[in-house]
Design a protein around this ligand. Sequence first.
Ligand SMILES: Cc1cc2nc3c(=O)[nH]c(=O)nc-3n(C[C@H](O)[C@H](O)[C@H](O)COP(=O)(O)OP(=O)(O)OC[C@H]3O[C@@H](n4cnc5c(N)ncnc54)[C@H](O)[C@@H]3O)c2cc1C
Length: 452
Amino acid sequence: MALSRRDALKFSGVAVAALAVSGCAKDEAKPSAQKGATKAATSANMANLPAPKGPRVVVVGGGWSGLSVAKYTKKFAPNADVILVEQRSEFVSCPISNLYLVGAVDLEFLTHDYLQAARENNYTFFHAAATGVDKEARILKTTEGDIAYDHLVLAPGIDYDYAPWGLDATTERRVRQEYPAGFMLSSEHMTIKNKLEDFEEGNFILTVPGGNYRCLPAPYERTCLIADYFKRNEINGKVILLDENPDITIKREGFHSAFDEMYKDYVQYVPNAKIVSIDLENKKVVAGEFDEEYEFADAAFYPHVRGGKLLEICGVAKDTAFNKLEGNIDPFTYEVVGEKNIYVAGDARPMGYSKSGNTANSEGHYLGKLIAGRINSGKDIKWQSPLTVCYSAVSAQPEHAISVRAEYEFEGKKLKGFTNVELSQEWRGKVGENNGKALKEWAKGMYRDMFN
Ligand SMILES: Cc1cc2nc3c(=O)[nH]c(=O)nc-3n(C[C@H](O)[C@H](O)[C@H](O)COP(=O)(O)OP(=O)(O)OC[C@H]3O[C@@H](n4cnc5c(N)ncnc54)[C@H](O)[C@@H]3O)c2cc1C
């Protein structure tokens, strides 16, 4: 089923608004760069790595995108020397973390081993933070030394962008630390879980940002699960969901009916509620066109998102229609405009796809194949649409969920919208129960794909 632009916007809110991707000339493929930078490039601070036996592909960021790109590049170009550079010591999944917040899964379910992923898939895990790139010399700079590359993939995910809320520097710092969003770091998820365990009574404020934010349904899923937790534990609490958007951005019918039917006394949904100010001393938020005031006992403030800071540092970022500083790339090859063999993938991409793990993983399969094709034959493969599959729990006990599956289509270089969409918004009865079961099975399948 092809969606019109209007339908697409209705469906997603923002994810697929047509973006004019101008000035992105598709570069013709370049034959293997084996005789290029890897052999020549060196510096006074080279990392302790063996000399590459084949073209070197360096992937920065061991998230859903980077793990998938590293695995599938090596799979389709076994002679490539693939290195995954990641600053964290273990992988902790953002998907399913809302269930962790309310005690429905433990941290172990979310946590996975980078060394295992590297061993199983014959690439090297390099534990370091990337700090910059020398494009001329084809050297990636890291905290553990420099790495020469033939192909460089930057998949640093998102960073938070509090600027649209106009907070002063002190308030922003305090909000980051005391009321974290829970959309990036595992420490943020732990903080929110502790908040819920200590929660006695009152309002718990959550926010939904504007723009194409990470995981459109997650704030609504979190609202349902916290409300479910309050209800089950007979806590006199209410989730106030301040949504900057005019309505729920995805799976609208499913979430609205869950709020109304299951959590009438536990959820207050407020659309068009952009944050105007946050008063941390008096625990009050002002939001919306009419400056409504909301008191809170506790909160997790989700701000706008932007491309990971590394893109800006490496000089490969641009502002997009929705967010700041995402990758300046060709939408089909992911290659940085005007640069050979540097790519940006995952949530840091500028295309209006859903910023979700399944999307990043399926895109990683494609980009891995594309880079392998360039190494093997110097030819580009045919473009394949990323695949978005997303289950959202609306209750944890019993576990019931709703879901969406969609692909994307282009008109020339312009993203037209979703295609082949399947929505399941029924959380009641057997359908909701089956969606609930499928949710964890989906996650296990994804972890297997990235780590085994
Ligand atoms: C609460 C929540 C629920 C979600 N639910 C779902 C869901 O149900 N389904 C779904 O499909 N998606 C879901 N998502 C979205 C999903 O988590 C993201 O879309 C996905 O993580 C994007 O992958 P990524 O690789 O682009 O970014 P990330 O997974 O964030 O990975 C980026 C990695 O880059 C590393 N990095 C950044 N800078 C550097 C540097 N300079 N040097 C070295 N390493 C660096 C980071 O440490 C990080 O490990 C959810 C997200 C959240 C927060």
